[in-house]
Design a protein around this ligand. Structure first.
Ligand SMILES: [Zn+2]
Length: 316
């Protein structure tokens, strides 16, 4: 009995602290997409304990005298490992962070960069200030241990639309909207690489918790007109063409038309969930889970649109 207690005590002293100190290993491997432009491509999955929330693309641009990070990932551990992956490629410090939008998988690694300015659109900062706590607790629930010690570090400066030279690198900051009410794109002029954030999804079904489909479609038209050579979507593989824009647009248009049609026919939500999804979308990762979520997010507004407007009664 005594020996067993001793062994338990030894375990607590020796093993548990060591175990507790081991962070989730994201095994981040930067992928060079252009001269000085690197991407950490996430899995095209849903949040899980197994993937530690790494379902997102983040990237960095190595400038003349510093490194620019675009999105910091889902957790403190991810941010720290992103920082370590950057350090492996050179001695330059990270001098600037851009956050594309206020979704947790893109922003929660910023803690790994104390003192580094974090730029975002005002709408992103407002969204994070408003919903930060619930985004954080939601991800703790879905991802668990990989989130340990993660806290939200809010943006510290405004990303202003237009050209800017950062760390000796010319960037164009392009605001858009539709995936959320503030979606920042970062365009690297030297390599013509466009980081779209979640305005473009490729080979993974898009998400809609804060979506506005008409605005999103308009922004996609604007992206189509840009002279990029490489595109880093928010989720899915890096592209050298416009296929990601076409796929995102196709799915959004189908979703809009299908939900609008269903509302006009008077279908209720369980019936909408049973509707067939076209064959061409079947190869998108997380199709059924995201479709269900999108119906929950978007269908009530389409139903509302079909209700007759009742004229206000005049005061007697
Ligand atoms: Zn997003």
């Amino acid at each position: 009995m005594k020996r067993r207690r001793l062994r338990a005590a030894l375990l607590a002293v020796l093993v548990l602290p060591a175990f507790a100190a081991t962070a989730y290993d994201y095994q981040l491997k930067p992928q060079a997409v252009a001269d000085g432009v690197q991407v950490l491509v996430g899995k095209t999955e849903n949040f899980s304990r197994e993937n530690g929330g790494n379902i997102v693309n983040t990237g960095f641009i190595i400038g003349r005298d510093g490194v620019i990070v675009i999105d910091t990932g889902p957790s403190k551990a991810y941010g720290e490992q992103q920082r370590a992956a950057i350090a492996k490629l050179g001695k330059l410090p990270v001098t600037q962070i851009y956050l594309t939008h206020a979704h947790p998988d893109h922003v929660l690694g910023s803690q790994a960069y104390p003192g580094v300015p974090i730029a975002a659109l005002p709408g992103t900062t407002q969204g994070l200030t408003r919903n930060g706590d619930s985004l954080l607790s939601n991800l703790y629930r879905l991802v668990g241990d990989a989130m340990r010690d993660t806290e939200l570090r809010p943006p510290t400066m405004e990303a202003k639309s237009g050209e800017v030279t950062v760390a000796g690198r010319r960037l164009r900051l392009i605001p858009g909207l539709g995936h959320t009410d503030a979606d920042l794109m970062v365009f690297d002029e030297a390599s013509k690489t466009l980081f779209t954030g979640d305005l473009v999804f490729f080979q993974r079904t898009l998400t809609t918790p804060n979506a506005d489909i008409p605005h999103w479609l308009k922004t996609l038209d604007a992206i189509d007109a840009l002279d990029f050579k490489r595109m880093v979507p928010g989720h899915g593989p890096v592209l050298r063409d416009h296929a990601g824009i076409a796929q995102t647009r196709d799915y959004l248009q189908w979703l809009r038309d299908s939900l609008q049609g269903a509302a006009r026919r008077g279908l209720d939500m369980p019936e909408v969930l049973q509707l067939a999804i076209p064959e061409r979308f079947q190869r998108l990762a997380e199709l059924h889970a995201e479709y269900e979520r999108s119906v929950a997010h978007l269908y009530p507004a389409y139903e509302l649109e079909t209700l007759p407007t009742v004229p206000k009664s005049r005061p007697q």
